[in-house]
Design a protein around this ligand. Structure first.
Ligand SMILES: NC(=O)c1ccc[n+]([C@@H]2O[C@H](COP(=O)([O-])OP(=O)(O)OC[C@H]3O[C@@H](n4cnc5c(N)ncnc54)[C@H](O)[C@@H]3O)[C@@H](O)[C@H]2O)c1
Length: 337
């Protein structure tokens, strides 16, 4: 079975992906810096859970530390790399942009250099729906031009897409970039809305609701997301012979084995409906603190998931209420509340 190097295995999505790949019989090598952006204990717990499978090994190191990353990769010789480690979070990028420059620009460059040296079969890397920035045409389609990032986080991910295209072109390195849409589920990130809202509702403390609740998000359940990633591992992009070889729905580059794929539910959920579902699941009302629009935030996201479906035959479909139920159940169990 193939060996997959997954960066960010102590993180929310990396943990779920590693678990999914291990369940399918892959060997998984993890690499994560266990940064203190949020509670490190939950990251350690995720790694401990993965270590129960003997086909998993993990390395603690920073992406910016090329020597550490390189030594691990040379020793492990992965066939595939899925690069998920990053400084995530839209709002924090206003506070500490340097963390994004270091992890997302330098770190991603280091991962690409390793993928090139090892000539891996496929490099897959996380981008974000935030790259759609000020675009208003919805649902968002991968073939749209994206050139209006509203935060430095989005700008670093757009830069990652550009960097990746050049490497795919120059070195014939097959690269898939995913654009994720608000991923949620058990073991979720403490800085994200679902976690904060659930905590607030259960603790009886106020929750901040931006843009007075006039927000829409394409919420993607994490199990659906990792299934999409798994299937995309086999959809290796190939440089087309001519532009006419590219199907109309495809974002494949005309000059490189490179494409961008949205992974989203393709369903726009009102923020207030999301809050109501959390209240229903917790059996309590939230104390709502309505606020204005946050700097750099966007009022809505909504994925066109046609390309994912065309490439894999799969479309995420977990209903948001069911996903919230699974999250709240995990949260209560994990924090014993
Ligand atoms: N969760 C979402 O809704 C979402 C949406 C769009 C894109 N993404 C992207 O998906 C990827 C995974 O996100 P997540 O939600 O699992 O976030 P996460 O913060 O839970 O996981 C990221 C992991 O990367 C590690 N990391 C951060 N900086 C590092 C560095 N410099 N060196 C080594 N390790 C480092 C962290 O310790 C963490 O465990 C990220 O690239 C993120 O930008 C996530």
């Amino acid at each position: 079975m193939k060996k997959v190097l997954v960066t960010g295995t102590a993180g929310f999505i990396g943990f779920h992906l590693a678990k999914h790949l291990l369940d399918e019989g892959f060997h998984v090598v993890g690499y994560d810096g266990l940064t203190d952006y949020y509670d490190v204990r939950i990251k350690e717990r995720r790694h401990q859970m993965l270590l129960q499978n003997q086909n998993f090994s993990c390395n603690v190191g920073m992406l910016e530390d090329f020597d550490s990353l390189h030594a691990m990769a040379i020793a492990e010789q992965p066939d595939i790399i899925v690069h998920l480690a990053a400084q995530a979070g839209v709002r924090y990028s206003l506070e500490n942009p340097r963390a994004y420059a270091d992890a997302n620009l330098i770190g991603t460059f280091n991962v690409m250099e390793i993928a090139r040296e090892l000539e891996v079969d496929h490099l897959l890397m996380a981008s974000t729906s935030s790259v759609y920035g000020a675009n208003e045409d919805m649902p968002f389609d991968e073939r749209e031009k994206v050139d209006t990032p509203l935060t430095f986080y989005a700008a670093t991910k757009m830069a990652n897409e550009a960097m990746a295209h050049s490497y795919a072109h120059l070195w014939n390195l097959p690269i898939t970039m995913f654009r994720f849409f608000t991923v949620y589920g058990p073991w979720g990130r403490p800085d994200m809305a679902l976690f904060k809202f659930t905590k607030g509702v259960l603790d009886g403390t106020p929750i901040d609701i931006y843009n007075h609740g006039e927000m829409f998000r394409d919420f993607t359940f994490v199990a659906d997301l990792v299934r999409g990633i798994r299937l995309l591992i086999d959809a290796v992009p190939q440089r087309p012979e001519t532009r006419d070889d590219i199907p109309s729905y495809d974002s494949l580059s005309p000059v490189a084995p490179y494409r961008v794929v949205n992974i989203g539910n393709s369903d726009k959920v009102r923020l207030m409906d999301f809050v109501e579902a959390i209240e229903a699941e917790c059996g309590r009302k939230a104390i709502k603190n309505f606020l204005g629009m946050q700097k750099g935030d966007v009022p809505a996201t909504w994925a066109d998931a046609t390309l994912l479906k065309e490439l894999t035959g799969y479309q995420p479909q977990t209903d948001v209420r069911e996903g919230i139920r699974k999250f709240v159940s995990w949260y209560r169990d994990y924090y014993q509340v």
